[in-house]
Design a protein around this ligand. Sequence first.
Ligand SMILES: C[S@@+](CC[C@H](N)C(=O)[O-])C[C@H]1O[C@@H](n2cnc3c(N)ncnc32)[C@H](O)[C@@H]1O
Length: 313
Amino acid sequence: MRRLEGRAEALSARYRSGRVGRAIGDRRDAMAYLAQWMPATYAQVYGAIAALGSLVEASWRPHTILDLGSGPGTALWAVAEHWDGPEKAVAVERLLPFTTLGAELASRSRHRWLRDTRWVEADLAETIFPESDLVLLAHSLAEIPGGRRDALLERAWRACRGVLVLVEPGTPAGFEVVRRGREELLAMGADQLAPCPHKGPCPMEGDVWCHFPQRVARPRFQREIKRAELGWEDAKYAYVAVSRGVGAGLPEARLIGVPRHGRGRIRLPLCTPEGIESVEITRRDKAALRRAKKLRWGAALELVEDRGDSKGQ
Ligand SMILES: C[S@@+](CC[C@H](N)C(=O)[O-])C[C@H]1O[C@@H](n2cnc3c(N)ncnc32)[C@H](O)[C@@H]1O
Protein backbone atom coordinates (compact mmCIF):
# COMPACT_ATOMS: atom_id res chain seq x y z
CA MET A 1 0.00 0.00 0.00
CA ARG A 2 2.83 2.41 0.90
CA ARG A 3 4.47 1.94 -2.47
CA LEU A 4 1.15 2.47 -4.25
CA GLU A 5 0.62 5.60 -2.19
CA GLY A 6 3.97 6.98 -3.33
CA ARG A 7 3.16 6.15 -6.96
CA ALA A 8 -0.28 7.73 -6.65
CA GLU A 9 1.23 10.96 -5.34
CA ALA A 10 3.83 11.09 -8.08
CA LEU A 11 1.17 10.24 -10.64
CA SER A 12 -1.11 13.02 -9.41
CA ALA A 13 1.66 15.56 -9.71
CA ARG A 14 2.46 14.45 -13.26
CA TYR A 15 -1.21 14.07 -14.18
CA ARG A 16 -2.07 17.62 -13.09
CA SER A 17 0.79 19.05 -15.02
CA GLY A 18 0.08 17.23 -18.27
CA ARG A 19 -1.53 14.22 -19.82
CA VAL A 20 -2.06 10.74 -18.44
CA GLY A 21 -0.18 9.35 -21.43
CA ARG A 22 2.93 11.05 -20.07
CA ALA A 23 2.26 9.96 -16.51
CA ILE A 24 1.82 6.19 -16.96
CA GLY A 25 5.13 4.46 -17.45
CA ASP A 26 4.58 0.95 -16.15
CA ARG A 27 2.19 -1.42 -14.44
CA ARG A 28 2.60 0.22 -11.03
CA ASP A 29 1.64 3.61 -12.47
CA ALA A 30 -1.41 1.99 -14.04
CA MET A 31 -2.28 0.40 -10.67
CA ALA A 32 -1.93 3.80 -9.01
CA TYR A 33 -4.33 5.23 -11.63
CA LEU A 34 -6.80 2.48 -10.80
CA ALA A 35 -6.66 3.29 -7.11
CA GLN A 36 -6.50 7.05 -7.38
CA TRP A 37 -8.56 8.11 -10.39
CA MET A 38 -10.60 5.22 -11.75
CA PRO A 39 -13.39 5.30 -9.12
CA ALA A 40 -14.11 8.98 -9.81
CA THR A 41 -13.90 8.69 -13.60
CA TYR A 42 -16.12 5.61 -13.43
CA ALA A 43 -18.65 7.61 -11.41
CA GLN A 44 -18.55 10.47 -13.91
CA VAL A 45 -19.22 8.24 -16.90
CA TYR A 46 -21.91 6.49 -14.90
CA GLY A 47 -23.53 9.88 -14.18
CA ALA A 48 -23.46 10.87 -17.85
CA ILE A 49 -24.96 7.57 -18.97
CA ALA A 50 -27.61 7.61 -16.24
CA ALA A 51 -28.65 11.09 -17.39
CA LEU A 52 -29.74 9.63 -20.73
CA GLY A 53 -32.70 7.98 -18.95
CA SER A 54 -35.88 8.57 -20.89
CA LEU A 55 -34.15 10.84 -23.41
CA VAL A 56 -33.40 7.80 -25.58
CA GLU A 57 -36.06 5.53 -27.02
CA ALA A 58 -37.24 3.14 -24.31
CA SER A 59 -36.32 0.08 -26.35
CA TRP A 60 -32.82 1.28 -27.23
CA ARG A 61 -29.88 -0.74 -25.88
CA PRO A 62 -26.27 -0.63 -27.07
CA HIS A 63 -25.16 -4.01 -28.38
CA THR A 64 -21.76 -2.86 -29.56
CA ILE A 65 -19.54 -0.48 -27.58
CA LEU A 66 -16.47 1.46 -28.65
CA ASP A 67 -14.34 3.02 -25.89
CA LEU A 68 -11.81 5.47 -27.33
CA GLY A 69 -8.80 6.25 -25.11
CA SER A 70 -10.14 3.58 -22.78
CA GLY A 71 -7.38 3.56 -20.18
CA PRO A 72 -8.15 0.43 -18.13
CA GLY A 73 -11.71 0.27 -19.51
CA THR A 74 -13.31 2.52 -16.91
CA ALA A 75 -16.23 3.55 -19.12
CA LEU A 76 -17.02 -0.07 -20.03
CA TRP A 77 -17.61 -0.84 -16.37
CA ALA A 78 -20.04 2.06 -16.18
CA VAL A 79 -21.89 0.69 -19.22
CA ALA A 80 -22.04 -2.75 -17.60
CA GLU A 81 -23.68 -1.21 -14.57
CA HIS A 82 -26.32 0.51 -16.63
CA TRP A 83 -27.43 -1.64 -19.55
CA ASP A 84 -28.20 -5.29 -20.07
CA GLY A 85 -27.48 -6.69 -23.42
CA PRO A 86 -24.15 -5.41 -24.77
CA GLU A 87 -22.59 -8.11 -26.90
CA LYS A 88 -19.26 -6.72 -28.03
CA ALA A 89 -16.84 -4.10 -26.80
CA VAL A 90 -13.73 -2.66 -28.41
CA ALA A 91 -11.33 -0.58 -26.29
CA VAL A 92 -8.68 1.50 -28.07
CA GLU A 93 -5.77 2.61 -25.90
CA ARG A 94 -2.16 3.24 -26.73
CA LEU A 95 -0.63 2.41 -23.35
CA LEU A 96 0.25 -1.24 -22.80
CA PRO A 97 0.12 -1.07 -18.97
CA PHE A 98 -3.52 0.05 -19.29
CA THR A 99 -4.62 -2.52 -21.88
CA THR A 100 -2.94 -5.31 -19.89
CA LEU A 101 -4.46 -4.29 -16.59
CA GLY A 102 -7.80 -3.50 -18.25
CA ALA A 103 -7.95 -7.00 -19.71
CA GLU A 104 -7.10 -8.52 -16.31
CA LEU A 105 -9.82 -6.53 -14.60
CA ALA A 106 -12.38 -7.29 -17.29
CA SER A 107 -11.59 -11.01 -17.03
CA ARG A 108 -13.16 -10.90 -13.54
CA SER A 109 -16.42 -9.40 -14.75
CA ARG A 110 -19.62 -11.42 -14.58
CA HIS A 111 -20.48 -10.02 -18.02
CA ARG A 112 -19.26 -12.12 -20.86
CA TRP A 113 -19.08 -9.19 -23.32
CA LEU A 114 -16.82 -7.31 -20.88
CA ARG A 115 -14.57 -10.34 -20.36
CA ASP A 116 -14.35 -10.67 -24.15
CA THR A 117 -13.48 -7.00 -24.76
CA ARG A 118 -11.12 -6.58 -27.71
CA TRP A 119 -8.20 -4.47 -26.47
CA VAL A 120 -6.58 -2.58 -29.31
CA GLU A 121 -3.25 -1.22 -28.19
CA ALA A 122 -2.80 1.57 -30.73
CA ASP A 123 -2.92 5.26 -31.36
CA LEU A 124 -6.44 6.54 -32.00
CA ALA A 125 -5.19 8.34 -35.10
CA GLU A 126 -4.06 5.04 -36.61
CA THR A 127 -7.04 2.87 -35.79
CA ILE A 128 -10.06 2.09 -37.91
CA PHE A 129 -13.08 2.41 -35.65
CA PRO A 130 -15.69 -0.33 -35.99
CA GLU A 131 -19.29 0.86 -36.31
CA SER A 132 -20.79 0.74 -32.83
CA ASP A 133 -24.08 1.49 -31.12
CA LEU A 134 -22.40 3.39 -28.30
CA VAL A 135 -19.19 5.39 -28.70
CA LEU A 136 -17.46 6.67 -25.56
CA LEU A 137 -14.78 9.31 -25.19
CA ALA A 138 -14.15 9.46 -21.45
CA HIS A 139 -11.48 11.91 -20.39
CA SER A 140 -9.65 11.24 -23.60
CA LEU A 141 -10.53 14.04 -26.05
CA ALA A 142 -8.70 16.63 -23.93
CA GLU A 143 -5.57 14.51 -24.26
CA ILE A 144 -5.59 14.91 -28.03
CA PRO A 145 -3.73 18.01 -29.24
CA GLY A 146 -6.30 20.77 -29.98
CA GLY A 147 -5.80 20.80 -33.75
CA ARG A 148 -6.60 17.08 -34.05
CA ARG A 149 -9.70 16.87 -31.90
CA ASP A 150 -12.23 17.73 -34.62
CA ALA A 151 -10.82 15.04 -36.90
CA LEU A 152 -11.04 12.45 -34.11
CA LEU A 153 -14.60 13.48 -33.29
CA GLU A 154 -15.55 13.25 -36.94
CA ARG A 155 -14.27 9.67 -37.15
CA ALA A 156 -15.89 8.77 -33.82
CA TRP A 157 -19.21 10.20 -35.02
CA ARG A 158 -18.98 8.35 -38.32
CA ALA A 159 -18.55 5.11 -36.35
CA CYS A 160 -21.54 5.88 -34.13
CA ARG A 161 -24.81 4.10 -34.93
CA GLY A 162 -26.71 5.20 -31.85
CA VAL A 163 -25.29 7.33 -29.04
CA LEU A 164 -21.98 9.12 -28.54
CA VAL A 165 -21.00 10.27 -25.05
CA LEU A 166 -18.18 12.68 -24.36
CA VAL A 167 -17.08 13.16 -20.73
CA GLU A 168 -14.39 15.45 -19.32
CA PRO A 169 -13.53 16.71 -15.82
CA GLY A 170 -16.00 19.27 -14.48
CA THR A 171 -13.50 22.11 -14.65
CA PRO A 172 -13.75 25.21 -16.86
CA ALA A 173 -11.08 23.64 -19.11
CA GLY A 174 -12.91 20.29 -19.27
CA PHE A 175 -16.16 22.10 -20.05
CA GLU A 176 -14.54 24.04 -22.91
CA VAL A 177 -13.45 20.77 -24.53
CA VAL A 178 -17.01 19.47 -24.20
CA ARG A 179 -18.60 22.70 -25.44
CA ARG A 180 -16.40 22.73 -28.54
CA GLY A 181 -17.00 18.99 -29.06
CA ARG A 182 -20.75 19.53 -28.86
CA GLU A 183 -20.62 22.31 -31.47
CA GLU A 184 -18.65 20.06 -33.78
CA LEU A 185 -20.97 17.08 -33.31
CA LEU A 186 -24.15 19.13 -33.84
CA ALA A 187 -22.60 20.70 -36.94
CA MET A 188 -22.09 17.16 -38.30
CA GLY A 189 -25.81 16.49 -37.89
CA ALA A 190 -25.89 14.80 -34.48
CA ASP A 191 -29.07 15.11 -32.40
CA GLN A 192 -28.74 16.65 -28.95
CA LEU A 193 -29.56 14.24 -26.10
CA ALA A 194 -28.12 15.56 -22.81
CA PRO A 195 -27.50 17.65 -20.83
CA CYS A 196 -28.67 20.58 -23.00
CA PRO A 197 -32.43 21.12 -23.32
CA HIS A 198 -31.92 22.66 -26.78
CA LYS A 199 -29.84 22.40 -29.92
CA GLY A 200 -28.79 26.03 -29.98
CA PRO A 201 -25.49 27.60 -29.00
CA CYS A 202 -24.41 27.05 -25.40
CA PRO A 203 -25.46 30.09 -23.33
CA MET A 204 -22.88 29.60 -20.55
CA GLU A 205 -20.51 32.50 -20.08
CA GLY A 206 -18.36 34.26 -17.54
CA ASP A 207 -17.75 32.15 -14.48
CA VAL A 208 -20.68 29.83 -15.24
CA TRP A 209 -19.74 26.51 -16.77
CA CYS A 210 -21.83 23.42 -17.25
CA HIS A 211 -20.83 20.62 -14.88
CA PHE A 212 -22.50 18.12 -12.60
CA PRO A 213 -21.68 16.10 -9.49
CA GLN A 214 -21.76 12.33 -9.10
CA ARG A 215 -21.37 11.00 -5.60
CA VAL A 216 -18.92 8.16 -5.23
CA ALA A 217 -17.90 6.19 -2.17
CA ARG A 218 -14.26 6.28 -1.10
CA PRO A 219 -13.25 2.90 0.28
CA ARG A 220 -10.54 2.84 2.94
CA PHE A 221 -7.67 2.21 0.49
CA GLN A 222 -8.70 5.33 -1.41
CA ARG A 223 -8.97 7.47 1.68
CA GLU A 224 -5.45 6.40 2.55
CA ILE A 225 -4.04 7.07 -0.89
CA LYS A 226 -5.78 10.43 -1.18
CA ARG A 227 -5.09 11.27 2.47
CA ALA A 228 -8.78 12.11 2.67
CA GLU A 229 -11.09 11.77 5.66
CA LEU A 230 -14.51 11.78 4.04
CA GLY A 231 -15.92 8.42 2.97
CA TRP A 232 -17.27 9.89 -0.25
CA GLU A 233 -16.64 12.57 -2.82
CA ASP A 234 -18.71 14.41 -5.40
CA ALA A 235 -16.85 13.78 -8.63
CA LYS A 236 -17.63 16.70 -10.94
CA TYR A 237 -17.85 16.21 -14.66
CA ALA A 238 -18.84 17.97 -17.88
CA TYR A 239 -20.45 15.92 -20.61
CA VAL A 240 -22.46 15.87 -23.78
CA ALA A 241 -24.41 12.98 -25.27
CA VAL A 242 -25.69 13.06 -28.83
CA SER A 243 -27.55 10.55 -30.92
CA ARG A 244 -28.10 9.32 -34.42
CA GLY A 245 -31.82 8.84 -34.56
CA VAL A 246 -32.49 7.21 -31.19
CA GLY A 247 -33.43 10.32 -29.21
CA ALA A 248 -36.88 10.47 -27.63
CA GLY A 249 -37.09 14.25 -27.08
CA LEU A 250 -35.44 16.92 -24.96
CA PRO A 251 -36.35 18.08 -21.47
CA GLU A 252 -37.71 21.58 -21.06
CA ALA A 253 -34.89 22.60 -18.77
CA ARG A 254 -31.86 21.27 -16.88
CA LEU A 255 -30.92 22.12 -13.32
CA ILE A 256 -27.37 23.44 -13.62
CA GLY A 257 -26.53 24.07 -9.98
CA VAL A 258 -27.64 23.57 -6.40
CA PRO A 259 -31.23 24.70 -5.69
CA ARG A 260 -31.31 27.54 -3.14
CA HIS A 261 -33.85 26.90 -0.41
CA GLY A 262 -35.55 29.78 1.42
CA ARG A 263 -38.63 29.98 3.62
CA GLY A 264 -41.51 28.75 1.50
CA ARG A 265 -39.53 29.14 -1.70
CA ILE A 266 -36.84 27.53 -3.84
CA ARG A 267 -34.72 29.16 -6.47
CA LEU A 268 -33.60 26.93 -9.34
CA PRO A 269 -30.68 27.76 -11.64
CA LEU A 270 -31.78 26.41 -15.01
CA CYS A 271 -30.53 26.06 -18.55
CA THR A 272 -33.55 26.46 -20.84
CA PRO A 273 -34.02 26.90 -24.59
CA GLU A 274 -34.22 30.65 -23.87
CA GLY A 275 -30.92 30.72 -22.01
CA ILE A 276 -29.83 30.62 -18.37
CA GLU A 277 -32.65 31.43 -15.98
CA SER A 278 -33.07 31.62 -12.26
CA VAL A 279 -36.58 30.46 -11.49
CA GLU A 280 -38.28 30.89 -8.15
CA ILE A 281 -40.95 28.47 -6.98
CA THR A 282 -43.02 29.64 -4.03
CA ARG A 283 -45.62 28.09 -1.78
CA ARG A 284 -48.30 29.79 -3.82
CA ASP A 285 -48.05 26.59 -5.87
CA LYS A 286 -47.66 23.88 -3.27
CA ALA A 287 -47.53 21.01 -5.75
CA ALA A 288 -44.74 22.69 -7.73
CA LEU A 289 -42.84 23.47 -4.53
CA ARG A 290 -43.14 19.85 -3.41
CA ARG A 291 -41.77 18.68 -6.75
CA ALA A 292 -39.00 21.26 -6.72
CA LYS A 293 -37.82 20.11 -3.29
CA LYS A 294 -36.96 16.74 -4.76
CA LEU A 295 -34.84 18.12 -7.56
CA ARG A 296 -31.09 17.60 -7.49
CA TRP A 297 -28.35 19.38 -9.43
CA GLY A 298 -28.30 17.81 -12.89
CA ALA A 299 -31.99 16.89 -13.02
CA ALA A 300 -33.84 17.20 -16.31
CA LEU A 301 -37.20 18.80 -15.81
CA GLU A 302 -40.40 19.87 -17.32
CA LEU A 303 -40.53 23.53 -16.41
CA VAL A 304 -42.22 23.81 -13.07
CA GLU A 305 -45.17 26.17 -12.98
CA ASP A 306 -45.09 29.42 -11.10
CA ARG A 307 -42.15 30.93 -12.89
CA GLY A 308 -43.88 34.19 -12.05
CA ASP A 309 -41.88 37.32 -12.67
CA SER A 310 -38.64 35.89 -11.35
CA LYS A 311 -37.29 35.04 -14.80
CA GLY A 312 -33.69 36.02 -15.24
CA GLN A 313 -33.10 37.11 -11.64
C1 LIG B 1 -7.36 10.45 -18.62
S1 LIG B 1 -7.14 8.90 -19.36
C2 LIG B 1 -8.79 8.29 -19.29
C3 LIG B 1 -8.85 6.81 -19.39
C4 LIG B 1 -10.25 6.23 -19.29
N1 LIG B 1 -11.07 6.59 -20.42
C5 LIG B 1 -10.90 6.65 -18.01
O1 LIG B 1 -11.90 7.38 -18.06
O2 LIG B 1 -10.42 6.26 -16.95
C6 LIG B 1 -6.95 9.26 -21.08
C7 LIG B 1 -6.53 8.06 -21.89
O3 LIG B 1 -6.52 8.36 -23.26
C8 LIG B 1 -5.39 7.73 -23.84
N2 LIG B 1 -5.00 8.40 -25.06
C9 LIG B 1 -4.69 9.73 -25.20
N3 LIG B 1 -4.34 9.97 -26.48
C10 LIG B 1 -4.41 8.81 -27.14
C11 LIG B 1 -4.16 8.44 -28.48
N4 LIG B 1 -3.75 9.32 -29.40
N5 LIG B 1 -4.33 7.14 -28.83
C12 LIG B 1 -4.75 6.22 -27.91
N6 LIG B 1 -5.00 6.53 -26.62
C13 LIG B 1 -4.84 7.80 -26.24
C14 LIG B 1 -4.32 7.86 -22.77
O4 LIG B 1 -3.27 6.94 -22.98
C15 LIG B 1 -5.12 7.61 -21.52
O5 LIG B 1 -5.14 6.26 -21.17
